[in-house]
Design a protein around this ligand. Structure first.
Ligand code: GTP
Ligand code: MG
Length: 136
């Protein structure tokens, strides 16, 4: 069965939205295979975000992801990668569609990085790579 890595980012955890977010994913019909709360290390984040190293938002992104606990989960189900990204909505929360996690629960807070509540793997290859990083 297909699997994806979902992160509730520090903004989601600190705003008390972990339960709401996990509940919305379960309500769509996906199941939790793994779940834990972690403080990420810089090394782990540099591996996770390897594709973004050197981009202007990279350092603010890492600082944001180090700013508090993260909830990491593996969800599974048919086409869960695509299904979760659809449920999450587009990257920028201000304009993400209503009905999505980012569109309903997020907005611009005037900081240097998009605080957009969640991460979801973008392909089967990314999912297996990222699950290996967060659930070694
Ligand atoms: P998608 O855009 O749907 O792929 O979401 P994503 O979370 O996978 O985004 P992506 O992998 O492109 O970038 C990782 C994270 O970096 C995002 O979730 C944002 O938090 C942040 N980010 C991405 N692009 C930008 C940008 O252009 N500006 C800023 N400030 N932050 C960004
Ligand atoms: Mg991405």
């Amino acid at each position: 069965v297909e699997r994806t890595l979902v992160l509730v980012k520090p903004d989601g955890v600190s705003r008390g939205l972990t339960g709401t977010i996990l509940s919305r994913i379960e309500a769509k019909g996906y199941t939790i295979a793994e779940l834990k709360q972690v403080h990420a290390s810089r090394e782990l984040l540099e591996e996770h975000y390897a594709e973004h190293v050197g981009k202007p938002f990279f350092e603010p992104l890492v600082e944001f992801m180090l700013s508090g606990p993260i909830v990491a989960a593996v969800f599974e189900g048919q086409r869960v990668i695509e299904g979760f990204r659809s449920l999450a909505g587009t990257t920028e929360p201000t304009t993400a569609a209503p009905g999505t996690i980012r569109g309903d629960l997020g907005r611009d807070w005037g900081v240097k990085v998009q605080q957009n509540l969640v991460h979801g793997s973008d392909s089967a290859e990314s999912a297996e790579r990222e699950i290996g990083i967060w659930f070694a």
